[in-house]
Ligand binder design. Sequence first.
Ligand code: MN
Length: 462
Amino acid sequence: MRTLIRNGTIVTDQDVFQGDILLLDSHIHEIAEHIDAPNAEIIDADGKYVLPGAVDIHTHMDLDVGIARVIDDFYTGTVAAACGGTTTIVDHMAFGPAGCSPWRQVKEYHRLADGNAAVDYGFHGVLQHVDDAVLDDMAEIAVQEGITSFKVYMTYDYRLDDLALMKVLERAKREGILIAAHCENHGIVTALRERFVAEGKTQAKWHPLSRPPEAEAEAVNRLLLLARVAGDAPVYVVHLSSRLGLEELRRAKAMGQGRLGAETCPQYLLLDAAMYADPREGLKAIMAPPLRGEEDRGALWAALSAGELDTVATDHCPFTFARQKQQGAGDFTKCPSGAPGVEERLILLYSEGVTKGRITLPQLVKYACANPARVAGLYPRKGAIAPGADADLVILDPEKKWTLTTGRMHGNSDYTCYEGMEIRGAVERVLLRGKTVAHNGAFTGRRGDGQYLRRGKSVLCS
Ligand code: MN
């Protein structure tokens, strides 16, 4: 099958230019100023941007957090992804039963995702305790499954202590595995939560105060110093939310540390901790780390503009407001943590980032498509418009104006944190390996058409 995408404004992470793209079956075959392809199906992209399919390397489909299970499974969550222009996800696994091998969750996640996902998908492994067998399993999983990144948590019940982190980092460096870390200081968060609950301070407004930027910055700093001692072990800070945390990254880089990357998310760029003031509405944005203030948002946008961060992912972790989030009514510590976002990310970054001059078009592609693919070891198969790459493409109408509202979203959650936001630009058509999977806000793909991605080494490991 030949498909010609004609007259589009092609956007890569390097460049913006007019041209045609010829697809041959599932791959990009040729890119040129003008291509004649008599028998090809024509998609007219005149006046539209053509971007690589977006890559979201932080989602939580079908996540079981013990007190609740997220409302999107691998089908509904990837339908939402597709409609938002995201053609690849790399999902962070839930913890398994205490003491289990990391293989247990790898198998569980194949069971959840295989035959269900509507876009291409990979997994990050998860480490919830550390011993020699777990480290051997990590190395084996990387080779056998192409799961070349593993997540560690510095807070929550399955947090790793410094000794465990050191062992993980030393082994990961040897094996060329990227360690992604949730960075919050557990002592700070626990002490503050206990104090607030004891004092009856259980409304949503206490949530951000229980997880201050200092908790993030301390953990980022510790992770990076441990990685430095482990011989510049490759690390990736997920969902960076604060200026203080960002300063720790800068310091590590200034000291010459090279194998480190960091991700932020649209919620930390666009939403304000003032959302927590309303005890009911505030539950929608209970997540960890929490929303911050204007100064933090400004610092994160400036870091994107300056190229100091690597990716923007979503941490898509949706619960229902009507039911699941209400577990936190009266006590924020009982609220399942997370919010939807996989469908909103690309258009928010375009509308709020590009059209408002905070980032450029190539930077949009860099943060939403190319760099996530590089960090995940998927580039240039994903995240690139180049001959030989998968024909994953987004055709974006730059001028269309619309209002972001729950009714237009495709995931299972009953709310969006961006309700009522005026959006400029719209995802018009999305192709996954040459096939249109979303068109004008409707899903046109199929359950199970997403392929499992065996990933190569992260660019952060080189
Ligand atoms: Mn997460």
